[in-house]
Design a protein around this ligand. Sequence first.
Ligand SMILES: [Mg+2]
Length: 115
Amino acid sequence: MDKTFQFKVWPVLLEACGELDRATSKFPTWPTDPLHAVGVVAEEMGELQREVLQLTYEPTKSTKESVRKEAIQLAAMSLRFLMSLDQYEYSPGPQHQQIMNPTGHIVFDDVEGAR
Ligand SMILES: [Mg+2]
């Protein structure tokens, strides 16, 4: 690993680990359902994307520091996701039918055994 890379990666990793520690202390539980877990990661991705969009098109509404903060939070939530890979239970959630009846109305109906 070259020195320039090391000088850039270690401070970022330390900052992400600090955020990981802060977030885990504040919210000690993490979803066992991987779709909920990836939803947390996606939420942070959305917040990062919003900051980047605002800094690009509405530069008075964001800063590079805000972009960095959201990127660190995304890294921390990605680490949390990775930390629980062996704990996830991959099972489908309940589902229901969306049937169009002859009058053109959609009728909702639970599907037995869809879980
Ligand atoms: Mg965030």
